[in-house]
Design a protein around this ligand. Structure first.
Ligand code: ATP
Ligand code: MG
Length: 404
C-alpha cells in the first residue's frame, strides 16, 4: 500500500529522512501522523523513527537538542525547522503500570511497532509513501476498530494510561473498541489509578473536547474506568446525562462548567476539582465565573450590571445556556450584552490620567472611575469625555458619595 506524502508537513521532513537513509539507516514516519493521513484527518505533528542510535543521529546533523535522549529522542534543527527523531526501541518490564523500567534501542522497525499501544498507531510509512503494517493496523482502520497490539491484558498492565487512550481515540475517531480489548479494559479498569494525574487529565480533556464523546463516555462508565478517576462518584450523574444529551464544548472550562452544573455542584467544589485533577488557576477561574453566570441566568436573577460584570464569561456561557436551559430567554440577555454602552473599563472615554490632569488626586480617582463605570452601564450616562467629566464634577459637588 502506498500513500501520498504530498502535504507540506510530510514534504518538509523528507530531507531529514534522506540524510539518515544516505548514511545507511532506516527512517519512517510513525504513529499518529500515519493514522491521521490514512483517515484524511488533519495532521498536527509528525514523529520520525529511525534505526540510527541517538549519537548516530547527532553525528549526522550539526545542530541537535537532547530533548529526551534517554528515551531515544533527539530534536534535529534543519533549515530553520525542528524535527523529533526517535530511535527504534523496545521496552523492558513495567513494574509500576506507568513507565518501562528500561528501554532498549533496537535496529528493527517491527520491534519498535510492537511496543505501541493500538494497531492503528503501529503503522509506519517510508519516504516513498510505502506503508509498513505488521499488525493489521490497515484492517483495523478500515473496520474503524481500536485494538491492542498483542495481548490486551498485558498491554494495559504495562501502562494503564492506555485504558484512557482507548477512550480518547474512540471520542476522536468514532471507532469501536474490539471485543477482547474491551474485555481487558473492564478487567484492568482499576489500574487506571496508577496513572499520573497530569497524563490522566490530559486524556480526559481530549476525550471531552472531541466530537464523539458520547460513545467514549459510555465506555468510560461501562468498563468501570470512572471508578478509578478522582471525584467521579459525585460527577457520575452528570456524565450519564451527557451520554444521553450531549452538549458541545468549546474548551475545557466549558466541559467542567457543564459537568459541575449537571451534577448540581457549586463553584466551591472547584477547589477539590483543582487539587484532584491539577487544573491550572486560569482554568479554575474560568469554570467559577461561567458557573456563576450560568446559575444567574438559570435563576433569572440577573441585572444589567451582572451581565456587564460577567463580561467574557457571559459570552462563553450563552451557547451553554441555550443547550442546558431550553426555557431560557437568551435573546434578551444577548441583546442586553450587545447593547451595553461599554464592555469593560478599557472602553471608558475617561481615564485616570484625564482625572489627574483635571486636578483630582489619589484614591478619589479610582473611586470616581468605579462610580462613573456603574453610572454609564446602569444609568446610561453617555460615554463621552464631556458627559463623564460633567457627571464627576456634579457628583464631587454632592460630596462624592451620593446615590451610587
Ligand atoms: P495525537 O494525535 O494525540 O498526537 P498520537 O497517536 O500521535 O495521537 P502520541 O501521544 O503523540 O499519540 O504518541 C505517538 C505514538 O506513540 C502513538 O501513535 C503510539 O504509537 C505511541 N504511544 C504513545 N503513547 C503510548 C502508550 N502509552 N503506550 C504505547 N504506545 C504509545
Ligand atoms: Mg502525536
Amino acid at each position: 500500500m502506498q500513500i501520498s506524502l504530498d502535504i507540506p508537513i510530510f514534504q518538509d521532513s523528507l530531507e531529514v529522512m534522506e540524510v539518515l537513509e544516505e548514511a545507511g539507516y532506516e527512517a519512517y514516519f510513525v504513529g499518529g501522523c500515519v493514522r491521521d493521513a490514512l483517515l484524511n484527518r488533519p495532521i498536527h505533528d509528525v514523529d520520525i523513527a529511525t534505526s540510527a542510535l541517538p549519537y548516530e543521529v547527532k553525528d549526522l546533523f550539526p545542530v541537535t537538542i537532547d530533548v529526551g535522549i534517554e528515551h531515544g529522542t533527539v530534536l534535529v534543527r534543519h533549515k530553520g525547522q525542528s524535527y523529533e527523531i526517535t530511535t527504534f526501541r523496545s521496552e523492558g518490564d513495567y513494574k509500576d503500570h506507568r513507565r518501562p523500567d528500561s528501554v532498549t534501542f533496537v535496529r528493527d522497525l517491527r520491534e519498535d511497532l510492537l511496543r505501541r499501544d493500538f494497531t492503528i498507531n503501529a503503522l509506519a510509512v517510508d519516504r516513498k509513501g510505502r506503508v509498513v503494517d505488521y499488525y493489521d493496523g490497515l484492517g483495523d482502520l478500515k473496520r474503524s476498530c481500536i485494538r491492542c497490539v498483542g495481548r490486551p491484558i498485558e498491554r494495559f498492565e504495562e501502562d494503564a494510561l492506555r485504558l484512557l487512550r482507548a477512550v480518547r481515540f474512540q471520542s476522536q475517531l468514532d471507532f469501536t473498541i474490539e471485543a477482547s480489548t474491551l474485555d481487558a479494559m473492564r478487567e484492568k479498569a482499576k489500574s487506571l489509578s496508577y496513572v499520573s494525574v497530569e497524563r490522566l487529565t490530559n486524556e480526559w480533556h481530549k476525550t471531552l473536547l472531541s466530537k464523539h464523546y458520547q460513545q467514549a463516555l459510555n465506555t468510560f462508565m461501562s468498563t468501570g474506568l470512572y471508578q478509578a478517576c478522582p471525584l467521579m462518584k459525585e460527577l457520575k450523574s452528570a456524565i450519564l446525562h451527557l451520554i444521553k444529551n450531549p452538549i458541545f464544548f468549546v474548551d475545557e472550562a466549558d466541559a467542567w462548567t457543564t459537568i459541575l452544573y449537571l451534577a448540581q455542584l457549586d463553584s466551591s467544589y472547584t477547589t477539590q476539582l483543582q487539587k484532584s485533577y491539577k487544573l491550572s488557576n486560569k482554568l479554575v477561574n474560568g469554570i467559577k465565573h461561567r458557573l456563576k453566570a450560568l446559575r444567574a441566568l438559570q435563576d433569572g436573577e440577573w441585572t444589567i450590571w451582572d451581565i456587564y460584570q460577567y463580561g467574557d464569561s457571559f459570552k462563553w456561557v450563552i451557547p451553554l445556556a441555550k443547550q442546558l436551559l431550553p426555557e431560557f430567554h437568551h435573546e434578551s440577555a444577548i441583546d442586553m450584552y450587545q447593547n451595553l454602552p461599554i464592555h469593560s473599563k478599557k472602553d471608558m472615554a475617561i481615564t485616570g490620567n484625564d482625572l489627574l490632569k483635571a486636578g483630582y488626586r489619589g484614591a478619589e480617582i479610582g473611586n470616581f472611575l468605579d462610580r462613573l463605570e456603574r453610572a454609564i452601564v446602569i444609568d446610561k450616562i453617555m460615554n463621552d469625555f464631556e458627559s463623564g467629566m460633567d457627571w464627576i464634577a456634579r457628583n464631587n459637588r454632592d460630596g462624592g458619595n451620593s446615590k451610587l
